[in-house]
Design a protein around this ligand. Structure first.
Ligand code: CA
Length: 218
């Protein structure tokens, strides 16, 4: 199930978007200011972000820059301003699409679906050399042969794949895979990385990034 974060300070609009997307089977969370949004993005996994530009505390542009520097999450801007300059600024910063308020909910859903398709999150099978990973069915195959991963190993692998070629901080990895309720335990993460490297024969691909954490280099 795809998880969508809705960052919008107009409650009527965020509620409407949430209800509409949930009837389509998406799991949605709503947050009303930019600061809370960045906290959530850091802690949880989202497949897509719907981002208003004019927001309290941290505006949509700043938030998008933050998202683009750290995570690879598709983002659609929601803007009240029907001005070309804002759209261009948003797209330059790396937004995948934008939608102008007021909008038809059907149009919003179509854009969400199109962006997710582009990111291949619909029925996600990724191939990295001889390894094939189906992120929705949670199946990993190497040279066509299924590899047994523990649930945490799989979550770790998905996170690395979703952020491939980005160095991930160990704290970020730990929080995203093990959740907020566990104390940070370095050895657990390192052990899981070792197991993944061994099971997939990815000793060279899963890099240790000095003083930061790990990165899947493909
Ligand atoms: Ca707003």
């Amino acid at each position: 199930m795809n998880r969508i974060l809705i960052v919008e300070d107009e409650i009527a609009i965020s509620d409407l978007i949430k209800i509409s997307l949930e009837t389509k089977g998406y799991k949605c969370e709503v947050v009303n200011d930019g600061e809370k949004a960045s906290d959530l993005i850091e802690r949880k996994k989202y497949d897509l972000i719907l981002l208003d530009i004019m927001l309290p505390k941290v505006d949509g542009y700043e938030l998008l820059e933050y998202i683009r520097q750290t995570f690879e999450i598709p983002t659609i801007f929601i803007t009240a301003k029907n001005q070309t300059a804002d759209k261009i600024k948003g797209l330059r910063l790396g937004a995948d699409d934008y939608i102008t308020k007021p909008f038809e909910i059907g149009e919003l859903i179509a854009r969400v679906e199109a962006v997710l398709r582009r990111y291949n999150k619909g029925n996600e099978t990724q191939k990295i050399d001889d390894v094939e990973i189906n992120l929705t069915a949670r199946i990993v195959k190497k040279c066509g042969k299924e590899i047994n991963l523990t649930p945490k190993e799989f979550d770790l692998l998905s996170l690395l794949i979703q952020n491939k070629n980005y160095a991930l901080y160990r704290e970020t990895i730990f929080e995203k895979v093990w959740g907020e309720d566990l104390d940070f335990e370095t050895r657990t993460l390192d052990l899981h990385i070792q197991r993944l490297r061994k099971k997939l024969d990815w000793k060279d691909k899963i890099k240790t990034v000095y003083k930061i954490g790990y990165m899947l280099e493909v």
